[in-house]
Design a binder for this molecule. Structure first.
Ligand code: 3HC
Length: 314
């Protein structure tokens, strides 16, 4: 088919809200943009296991430990679905991991903050998973089929993560005065990083307009930030915790909460590699990857042996 006809067909599919599948022709820019976003998303899920994994051995009860372990394992699963989705675009996951280690691909800024107390686990579930799900529900309608389908399952699990975070934080905020103070301190530290997880302001976002045109993104970063604040502000009242934003208030005329400006310099610094835990997070990922080399080699040898047996048997 003529390249012009291929592009017309692609645009027609996107405009008709049909899914683009791996077998379909797609512009190079669409493929590159998806690989960039899906890889960053996959890396975020995997690196995101570290801050909470830090508390598995110190969870305050067997019940909390079991829930936290299940949650951290879910994040590993999400990373794996996402690497699979990226591979349908013709890239190898080993190459994506090399790019992460070389600093050529990113992961979410939010995972570069430390988890200082047990209450951080609740605050991450409520706020970080809350922001993540606000961003990910529209991705279930992303124009690229494998990514959209992966998101359906991920979102189901993220809803459970947010509920468990809220429930865990509620237990603390309605506990002793010391527990309430610990929950408030965690919310003070995680509020702004969670808002920044949703990306730079629309004025600074380089990819939004093209990603919206291709229906990869359905909403802008600022639209999703507003949606997130509208969801969590009333939940903070139920928790009896106060978000650290003096400008946060209901605006009757707009039908939305007003809220203050994020510290965009901080986001730039953290994304640029200079957050509180950037070096630690990446170093841990590199060493875990190196220590796991023998597992990958054994799995590859096993697969090769089985395919050789299959060939002989055939
Ligand atoms: N942290 C790190 N980098 C960020 C960022 C953040 N919070 N927000 C934006 N960036 C980067 C972008 O990747 C881009 O850099 P690049 O060109 O080198 O890739 C640059 O900053 C400009 O940002 P844009 O707004 O133009 O980028 P996008 O249009 O891609 O929007 C996004 C950013 C909203 C994060 C979008 O990529 C997205 O929706 N990604 C999929 C979801 C995702 O990755 N979420 C991250 C958290 S996952 C998670 O939280 C897991 C859970 O279990 C908690």
């Amino acid at each position: 088919m003529d390249p012009v006809d291929l592009e017309v067909e692609f645009n027609g599919l996107v405009e008709a809200d049909q899914r683009i599948e791996p077998r379909d022709w797609m512009p190079d820019g669409y493929r590159r943009n998806l690989i960039r976003q899906i890889a960053q998303h996959a890396h975020s899920e995997i690196i995101g296991m570290q801050p909470e994994g830090n508390w598995i051995t110190r969870a305050p009860s067997l019940r909390r430990k079991a829930i936290l372990m299940a949650k951290v394992q879910d994040e590993a699963g999400h990373g794996l679905y996402l690497y699979c989705a990226a591979e349908t675009l013709g890239v190898d996951r080993a190459e994506l991991i090399d790019q992460l280690h070389a600093g050529r691909q990113k992961y979410s800024s939010v995972f570069n903050y430390p988890t200082l107390t047990w209450a951080d686990v609740g605050a991450i579930g409520w706020l970080v998973d809350g922001a993540a799900i606000t961003n990910q529900i529209p991705l279930c309608r992303c124009s690229y089929g494998p990514y959209a389908r992966a998101m359906v399952r991920v979102c189901k699990e993220e809803s459970f993560h947010q509920r468990q975070g809220f429930e865990s934080l509620y237990a603390l905020s309605h506990g002793t005065p010391e527990q309430h103070a610990m929950a408030q301190d965690a919310v003070d530290r995680w509020w702004w990083p969670s808002l920044m997880l949703l990306g730079p302001s629309d004025a600074e976002s380089t990819h939004t307009s093209q990603s919206m045109a291709w229906r990869i993104k359905r909403f802008t970063n600022d639209e999703l930030r507003q949606r997130f604040v509208d969801m969590v502000a009333p939940q903070a009242d139920v928790l009896e915790l106060t978000p650290p934003d003096p400008e946060l208030r209901w605006n009757e005329a707009r039908g939305h909460y007003d809220f203050g400006e994020c510290d965009w310099d901080e986001l730039r610094r953290v994304v640029g590699g200079d957050g509180p835990c950037n070096r630690q997070r990446l170093a841990h990922h590199v060493s875990a990857h190196e220590e796991g080399a023998w597992v990958r080699e054994a799995a590859a040898a096993y697969a090769a042996k089985h395919s050789a047996v299959g060939v002989v048997a055939a």
